[in-house]
Design a protein around this ligand. Sequence first.
Ligand SMILES: O=c1nc[nH]c2c1ncn2[C@H]1C[C@H](O)[C@@H](COP(=O)(O)OP(=O)(O)OP(=O)(O)O)O1
Ligand SMILES: [Mg+2]
Length: 193
Amino acid sequence: MQLCFATNNRHKIEEISRLVGTNFHIVSLQEIGCYEELPETHDTIEENAFEKAEYVWEHFGVSCFADDSGIEVEALNGEPGVNTAFYAGPQRNANDNMDLLLKNLQGKANRNAHFRTCIALIINGEKHLFEGRIEGHILERQQGTGGFGYDPIFMPSGYQKSFAEMTLDEKGSISHRGKAVQKLIEFLQTMQK
Ligand SMILES: O=c1nc[nH]c2c1ncn2[C@H]1C[C@H](O)[C@@H](COP(=O)(O)OP(=O)(O)OP(=O)(O)O)O1
Ligand SMILES: [Mg+2]
């Protein structure tokens, strides 16, 4: 079975390929001939995950899954949330986004936040959703150089290092994406039986 991972984010591909291992054959957008940006026009992470997967299913007829993720900060009423990728503007720059988040949290005692991933799967036209989240808090400044996005300013609860200071395996074993992918893998395995 051919299953396409509908994403243009190479870090997501790197993280998810390790988690899936050799269990399933995952192909990229390029491998199915899709070179365009995927639409994400909705107000929720769930809807945007489905929008990306539906685009690929409708235009290319390939079973696929998409990952839409965001960071939700308690003291900011859940922001940046669905706007996580372009929080500081359309340039979608990780440093700009982190700087703005740190600025908006200045003077606030509550720095609790969680990452959330929704994976939308469309398989033979049927739709399924898998979610994962990880609780933690926003650091005062960037710490570590690994990972991507907001990893340098997020410290998961119960750990003394940021996501950017973890190996890919360490991050994947506890992360929002890791948990969502685990649910996806279990579902695909029951389908194969
Ligand atoms: O594990 C993560 N560690 C740190 N930051 C993260 C993570 N996961 C998502 N993020 C941030 C990056 C981006 O600012 C936004 C995702 O936006 P999102 O639309 O899901 O991804 P994207 O546009 O990069 O790729 P695509 O839509 O093609 O899958 O959240
Ligand atoms: Mg996106």
